[in-house]
Design a protein. Structure first.
Length: 317
């Protein structure tokens, strides 16, 4: 089923419907116990006297299950980015849809205004969703025509106003690898762009056997390219952008979208959290051929095992 925000609002009129919606997307017909991993006919616990209460006595529409094997209680939120949240699940679903369908992303301030949240809550919520957007740890190596390029995110110190004062550097180098055959992109922050860091990124993400590397004529790529089946380059200094099937235009287009969105939507991103913003844009670009609905469903399927708490998110800030 294809969704739009109004259709989602109609389908999810209350919290009970929001829980059922998540259960359908994450579990299908068989609930999975997050405590022991059992997939069985677990027991749905009907509330006593028709009303379910929290520990504080407040009314709640949570759908609670009991594991047939380990006998522990659970909900669809346990072990996910949603665990421990006080935000309505209905709100979570709507914000996830917006972040999946908005090409430029959604600012925390916009989430704050639209969903009547505090600024910190909206910011924390967005980062938890970005955590789920990160590539699966066991995603494997890319193989095929790999486009590699580097860029900088943020502003240069020389462009600051004189009255800004002495503030930390806000310009950070990033490297992107884009598989032209599958459309997947992987972007990382690097301390600096040199042969050592480029080799590390290629080692961690690319199967050189059966792959060809497409780059510009940046010197560190020359030696690294010899390890691939083929290394094709374009000479940007001579205004050459396509040569014998080689191009980096796709990854440069990705950089353009990324920078416009970071500048226009988020305005300023710190190095501490930049990797999650990159994961968000990687996710949307890699799944760009999917519909907004399919992209949201895929993301909700990835929310398990991605719990992120507030303290480690802000330590060192």
């Amino acid at each position: 089923m294809e969704f739009s925000l109004p259709k989602l609002m109609d389908r999810i009129p209350d919290e009970a419907a929001a829980y059922a919606f998540l259960e359908d997307l994450r579990w299908g017909d068989q609930p999975v116990c997050p405590h022991c991993g059992s997939i069985a006919k677990h027991y749905f616990l009907n509330p006593k006297d028709g009303d379910r209460k929290t520990r504080t006595g407040a009314a709640t529409q949570r759908r609670v299950w009991k594991c047939k094997d380990c006998r522990k209680q659970f909900t669809v939120l346990v072990g996910t980015i949603f665990q421990g949240t006080k935000i309505p699940v209905r709100t979570w679903i709507f914000v996830i849809f917006e972040m999946c369908s908005s090409k430029n992303g959604v600012a925390a301030r916009e989430i704050e205004r639209k969903y009547d949240l505090t600024a910190k809550t909206a910011w924390f919520m967005a980062h938890r969703i970005r955590e789920a957007m990160k590539r699966e740890p066991m995603a494997g190596l890319m193989k095929g025509r790999i486009l590699a390029d580097e860029s900088w995110v943020g502003g240069s110190a020389k462009n600051r106003h004189k009255d800004v004062g002495n503030v930390p550097e806000l310009r950070f180098p990033i490297v992107s690898l884009l598989n032209r055959d599958t459309g997947e992109v992987r972007t990382q922050v690097v301390p600096n762009v040199d042969s050592k860091n480029l080799r590390k990124i290629l080692d961690e993400n690319v199967d050189r056997d059966g792959s060809e590397l497409h780059t510009d004529e940046f010197r560190p790529y020359i030696a690294l390219g010899r390890e691939f089946d083929a290394h094709k380059t374009v000479n940007h200094g001579a205004k050459q952008y396509v040569s014998k099937g080689a191009t980096t235009n796709h990854v440069e287009g990705y950089f353009g979208q990324l920078k416009r969105s970071l500048d226009g939507t988020h305005h300023r991103v710190s190095l501490m959290h930049l990797d999650r913003y990159l994961a968000e844009f990687d996710y949307r670009y890699t799944t760009r051929k999917l519909s907004d609905s399919a992209r949201m469903v895929k993301l909700i399927e990835q929310t398990g095992g991605r719990r992120l708490t507030y303290r480690p998110l802000t330590e060192g800030a």
